[in-house]
Design a protein around this ligand. Structure first.
Ligand SMILES: [Zn+2]
Length: 298
């Protein structure tokens, strides 16, 4: 089992294709908005992996949990060597989890690069068995998985301060005004004027959440190349806001689920793309606000 058998290129691609197919099946089961948010929250917890790999990892882990209900939730997968570097080792006999790996070949049609070699091109994905959850490892060094409630207990105002500063770092100012293009909206994002406008007559919590939503638009919809219409843009912005609120321990489920109530597009390709985009933007924000994070109490 542990020795790697050499597989042909076509075998590897076929294996990858089948795994991707089962993935699409899992994604197409996300029908309700609640499921989408719950799923996104899980994805954000394992944010160093692509959405594709997280879904794949969670699926494999769920199968194991079904067989062994005592198994904790998957929280921190890493490769054998990454665990070694972190000062922990994979327990004897543990089975690794498979992840997708890109399969590339030399692009014979391409011009050689500066190094005289022809570049490689992606021809598909294969799978490899090589990551282990923290619960499959042992060692004296404690590691804490990335937490999506890093700032739990922090007053909401900290979220506003962080978001306003983050917008500023991207060249966007935040303004309070009742003069919005739509009479009913809580806020808006203008890429032309590089401004995020928030309606001041709304309750403070709503203003803070709206700022997160507009920052979602700021990060994700500056160009027109997203290829999807207004509905999906709103899903992306609100999904981003949902993750940010969660990061600050500020529940927005009720509002967000209602907002994205129109979510019914079951096309796994679209869902996957949206997830990747939202997680990318969220990762960018997390990286920017983490240095100023409050030290959790206790
Ligand atoms: Zn919006």
């Amino acid at each position: 089992m542990s020795t790697t058998t050499k597989r042909t290129l076509s075998e590897r691609l076929e294996e990858g294709r089948q795994a991707l197919e089962s993935l699409s099946e899992a994604v197409s089961k996300i029908e309700k908005t609640e499921d989408w948010f719950a799923w996104l929250a899980k994805l954000s917890q394992l944010r160093s992996y692509s959405a594709r790999n997280v879904i794949y990892l969670l699926g494999q882990w769920e199968d194991r949990q079904e067989a062994n209900p005592d198994l904790p939730d998957l929280s921190y997968p890493a490769s054998f060597s990454a665990w070694k570097a972190l000062g922990r080792s994979v327990k004897k006999g543990e089975r690794g989890l498979a992840v997708f790996v890109p399969v590339t070949v030399v692009d014979q049609d391409a011009e050689p690069g500066d190094d005289g070699k022809k570049p490689r091109k992606l021809i598909g994905f294969g799978v490899s068995r090589r990551v282990f959850d923290v619960s499959q490892t042992e060692g004296d060094v404690e590691v804490s998985p990335f937490s999506t409630t890093l700032l739990a207990g922090t007053p909401d105002e900290q979220m506003w301060i962080d978001l306003e500063r983050f917008a500023g770092s991207k060249g966007f100012s935040v303004a309070h005004t009742e003069h919005l293009n739509s009479r009913t909206s809580n806020g808006e994002c203008s890429h032309t004027n590089r401004t995020l406008r928030i309606r001041p007559s709304r309750p403070r919590q709503s203003q803070i959440k709206t700022l997160a939503h507009e920052i979602g638009h700021m990060l994700l919809h500056g160009d027109r190349e997203t290829g999807h219409g207004r509905d999906l843009r709103e899903v992306e912005a609100e999904s981003f806001a949902y993750l940010v609120c969660r990061l600050y321990g500020f529940a927005s489920d009720e509002y967000s689920v209602g907002y994205v109530g129109g979510w019914s597009d079951g096309d796994p390709k679209v869902v996957m793309k949206v997830a990747e985009r939202v997680l990318g933007a969220f990762g960018e924000l997390v990286d920017a606000v983490t240095p100023t994070e409050a030290v959790p109490e206790g």
